[in-house]
Each structure stands twice: as structure tokens, then as C-alpha cells.
Design a protein. Structure first.
Length: 134
């Protein structure tokens, strides 16, 4: 298998749910990976990126929005599927000095963890597609 890697991107235009989740976020990021033939085009199939620990709050067309709030943060993630890519978007707002302190620590590892979880899910779904399992 070739080594697929997430690429940092801006929020895609189609990411309407994550854009509406927080009016004034303190932090946003997005990572995209190319879809291979046979990989699922349903964003719900990709919620395993977050290990199914967070509830789906909304779904619209090709985007799923999940609430990932923790440590007093308002945090949201969305998974968006376009024609050729899966995109994981994150948006965070801190509400107090405690949440700013918590996020100050977490944001150092957040990009690494987001990309790692995305690679693992991409690899699992690519292997399933290659083996004819959906």
C-alpha cells in the first residue's frame, strides 16, 4: 500500500455544518486525504476517525457533524466527502481560563492526533475496499 498522508487545507466550501457550529471559533483546522476507488462515499462510514466516541449532532448531504466538547471547550468536528477527498475539520472555542489552559496543552498534540486517526481510518477503509468488504 502506498503511504497516504493528510494534507492541511482550509475549510471546504461544502463544510456548512462545521462553519455554522461556532460563530467565533478560537481555533480551526482541516485535513484532507484522497479517496481511493471503492472507498465509502458516505461520511458516516468515516466517523471511526474519532473512534466513535463522539455523538453525531447533525448530517447534511456529504457532511457529518460531531460534538467533541471536552474540558470546558465547545469543540466540533466534521467529516466531509467531496468527489475525490475526505476532509476532517475541527473547530474549537474556549469559554473560561480553565478551558484556555486545557486547550493550550491539547492544541499542541491535536494536529498530530487528528492526522494519525485519519490515516488509521483511511488505511482500514482502503484495505476493506481492496478486499471487497464494505
Amino acid at each position: 500500500m502506498r503511504k497516504d498522508r493528510p494534507v492541511a487545507v482550509g475549510f471546504p466550501e461544502g463544510a456548512r455544518l462545521i462553519r455554522a457550529a461556532l460563530a467565533t471559533p478560537d481555533y480551526q483546522d482541516a485535513y484532507a486525504m484522497e479517496l481511493r476507488p471503492g472507498m465509502p462515499r458516505d461520511p458516516a462510514a468515516w466517523t471511526g476517525i474519532l473512534r466513535k466516541a463522539f455523538p453525531v449532532a447533525a448530517r447534511e448531504d456529504d457532511e457529518v457533524l460531531m460534538e467533541v466538547s471536552a474540558g470546558g471547550l465547545d469543540a466540533w468536528a466534521s467529516i466531509l466527502i467531496d468527489a475525490d477527498h475526505v476532509v476532517l475539520c475541527s473547530s474549537v472555542r474556549t469559554n473560561s481560563w480553565r478551558s484556555r489552559l486545557y486547550w493550550g496543552v491539547v492544541k499542541r498534540v491535536h494536529p498530530f492526533m487528528a492526522r494519525l486517526m485519519m490515516v488509521r481510518t483511511h488505511r482500514r477503509l482502503a484495505l476493506a475496499a481492496r478486499n471487497g468488504v464494505t
